[in-house]
Design a protein around this ligand. Structure first.
Ligand SMILES: Nc1ncnc2c1ncn2[C@@H]1O[C@H](COP(=O)(O)OP(=O)(O)OP(=O)(O)O)[C@@H](O)[C@H]1O
Ligand SMILES: Cc1cn([C@H]2C[C@H](O)[C@@H](COP(=O)(O)O)O2)c(=O)[nH]c1=O
Length: 217
């Protein structure tokens, strides 16, 4: 079962994923994770990160060029995704195709039904043949809280905020697009979790779906 964990920068995706993984494993499920962008593994991911930190001329200025870099990073992981899906009961992805849809639409001031969202789906699920998630788990925390967490992490981990993280207007619009995609169940089932939700309860819910998938064989 493929689960895409989505949300704003600093929303807590990595933290939540780690807690859910621990719980699912304690329940005896085989669980793997993969985070996108694959920094340090994919030249496309590294170019995107460098562009968001001011390098490579006007690259970051192009919404579509940035989205293509993120998509090509994922295309480079297609075989790995297939292998993980065949080997593990649950594969948790920290960001996936919906990140490209949400951020690109927000940059272009479009909503979840906008042209660029369709373009991302056609590129990634269509042309690049990436698998569709069984569940999207949207970690919907208030924009201000996500921003505070991102800034806190910047101080603690000496990690400089990138152009998207510094842009509070973009974060607010991305939040709205994510909620819109979730409401429309864009390319699969969406679940929405809040900042107070217990990772153990989410893990139990995911474990239930995974068990039914395993039973069906
Ligand atoms: N439930 C929580 N309570 C308090 N702090 C949290 C919680 N979840 C995450 N944090 C803190 O917020 C910061 C961001 O969390 P995390 O790295 O998990 O977010 P993320 O969504 O994966 O971020 P990004 O997409 O920007 O990489 C971290 O410093 C983390 O320790
Ligand atoms: C995977 C992916 C990411 N983005 C955006 C989201 C973030 O603001 C940055 C970098 O990601 P990180 O999780 O903070 O390291 O890029 C995107 O627009 N499209 C994508 O596919």
């Amino acid at each position: 079962m493929l689960v895409a964990v989505e949300g704003l920068d600093g929303s807590g995706k990595r933290t939540l994923t780690a807690a859910v993984v621990e719980r699912l494993r304690a329940d005896g499920l085989r669980v793997a994770t993969l985070a996108f962008p694959r920094y340090g593994e994919s030249v496309h991911a590294d170019l995107a990160a460098e562009a968001l930190h001011g390098r490579h001329g006007d690259l970051a200025g192009s919404v579509h060029a940035m989205a293509v870099l993120f998509a090509l990073d994922r295309a480079g992981a297609r075989d790995r995704l297939a292998e993980l899906a065949a080997t593990y009961d649950v594969v948790l992805l920290d960001r996936y195709v919906a990140s490209n849809a949400a951020y690109s639409a927000a940059r272009l001031h479009q909503d979840g039904a906008g042209e660029v969202v369709g373009w991302v789906a056609e590129l990634e699920f269509g042309r690049l043949q990436l698998p569709r998630p069984d569940v999207h788990l949207l970690l919907a925390v208030p924009v201000e809280l996500a921003g505070e967490r991102a800034r806190g992490r910047e101080r603690r981990e000496a990690r400089t905020l990138d152009a998207y993280e510094r842009d509070t207007g973009l974060q607010a619009r991305t939040d709205a697009v994510y909620r819109n995609l979730a409401a429309r169940n864009w390319y699969g089932t969406w679940w929405t979790a809040g900042p107070g939700d217990d990772p153990a309860a989410l893990a139990a819910r995911l474990g239930g779906v995974a068990s039914r998938t395993i039973d069906r064989g």
